[in-house]
Design a protein around this ligand. Structure first.
Ligand SMILES: C=C(O[C@@H]1C=C(C(=O)O)C=C[C@H]1O)C(=O)O
Length: 374
């Protein structure tokens, strides 16, 4: 959901689970099979109408988290002035009734497997490795943990995020809930687009300080270098699937909690890839892993003490044409079946990163989810 437009599913008509290094290509193939066997009646013909699966995928090949594609029994969608209902399989029996939110809850998150001091140490070690020329950039994250009262209504968290962060993509799929400012890829009727982020500064305390923050972000060699890595990785991959690939100039994107450096990319699909094929090829980008990818993933494995689960993985939806909208799962938390909440946030580390500043930045990135739970 973004800016009031979006799709919400009820029930589960089909649930497909994936894991391991081929989880994304397996999902792309499985979705082709599902579509080939489906009989679809869609008069609305808008992005998100007709047969749709929602998905959330683990970040790492070796993760213990399951990756899923879920086809709901009933979907309610809205885009601009149009709204629709899609019924799937036996969904004919379900009515899209409004269900009141469950009880209000307040949860405080505390440090998980990485204390703030551990994070500062990990960042220092990473800076050392970058300056030894082992790699150019690595994204290091830390985790927070908490527990919701039993049976809490996770929709409350999604609703808070959608209201507070209308320019972000708010998602809630299989307990993975968040509001991400960054897309991995969107495809719609042959046009492929992406919003790449990397480079961050906190918002200023007043208008003047805020304008200065945006200005210094746009001029900062550290942030522009970090941003360039992320844009290059997206252009390289999308270049294989598109023609007329264009990028905007980097611009400063204002969110309620911080400024990001952003670049929008758009091209014309030339090889019939579905949005999941593109996701499979693009993940993980330099925005959430680093560069070069393999060296960055090795540093993440050695310095992060936890399984990222679906954090920093692709989250979104795909329709019967293969079109879809996939965000990178950031500013998010995973609510497990036992009501335990794991939240994650990370920062792109380059050669001149200051560990204390990165810790402060990660704190601000936690703010959307920490506040939505409070
Ligand atoms: C890794 C995260 O964010 C990423 C890292 C950024 C940075 O370091 O500047 C900015 C946006 C995202 O690409 C996160 O929010 O957890």
């Amino acid at each position: 959901m973004r800016g009031g437009d979006g799709i919400a599913g009820y029930g589960e008509a089909l649930r497909l689970e994936f894991s391991g290094p081929d989880r994304l290509t397996d999902a792309a193939a499985a979705w082709r099979d599902v579509v080939a066997r489906a009989q679809i009646d869609d008069d609305v013909r808008l992005p998100g109408s007709g047969l749709v699966a929602f998905g959330t995928f683990a970040f790492a090949d070796e993760s213990n988290a399951t990756s899923v594609l879920i086809v709901p029994e009933l979907i309610v969608g809205r885009r601009g002035s149009k709204a629709w209902v899609t019924r799937i399989g036996d969904g004919a029996g379900i009515d899209p009734v409004m269900r009141a939110f469950g009880d209000d809850f307040r949860v405080t998150l505390r440090a998980g497997q990485t204390s703030p001091a551990d994070y500062v140490d990990a960042v220092s070690t990473a800076v050392g490795r970058i300056n030894d020329d082992e790699l150019g950039k690595v994204v290091l994250a830390r985790d927070l943990i908490g527990r919701l009262p039993a049976g809490s209504d996770v929709r409350r968290i999604a609703a808070e995020l959608a209201i507070g962060y209308p320019d972000c993509w708010t998602f809630c799929v299989d307990g993975m809930v968040g509001a991400s400012p960054e897309t991995l890829v969107r495809s719609e009727k042959g046009t492929v687009s992406a919003r790449v982020l990397a480079g961050t500064l906190p918002r200023g305390r007043d208008d003047r300080a805020d304008a200065e923050a945006a200005d210094s972000l746009a001029r900062s060699p550290k942030n522009t270098a970090e941003h360039a890595f992320a844009v290059r990785s997206v252009l390289d991959t999308l270049g294989r699937h598109t023609i007329r690939l264009q990028k905007s100039q980097p611009f400063t994107l204002r969110l309620p909690n911080l400024w990001h450096l952003a670049t929008d990319v758009e091209g014309v699909l030339h090889d019939g890839s579905t949005s999941l094929d593109l996701v499979a090829d693009m993940h993980p980008t330099a925005a959430v892993a680093g560069t070069p990818t393999d060296a960055a993933l090795a540093v993440i494995r050695s310095l992060e003490k936890f399984d990222r689960g679906r954090y920093a993985g692709p989250v979104g939806w795909i329709d019967a044409h293969g079109d879809g909208e996939w965000a990178i799962a950031l500013r998010c938390a995973q609510v497990d079946e036992d009501d335990v909440v794991h939240a994650y946030a990370g920062c792109g580390i380059v050669g001149d990163s200051d560990p204390a500043a990165e810790l402060a930045e990660s704190r601000i990135k936690f703010r959307p989810i920490v506040e939505a739970l409070a």
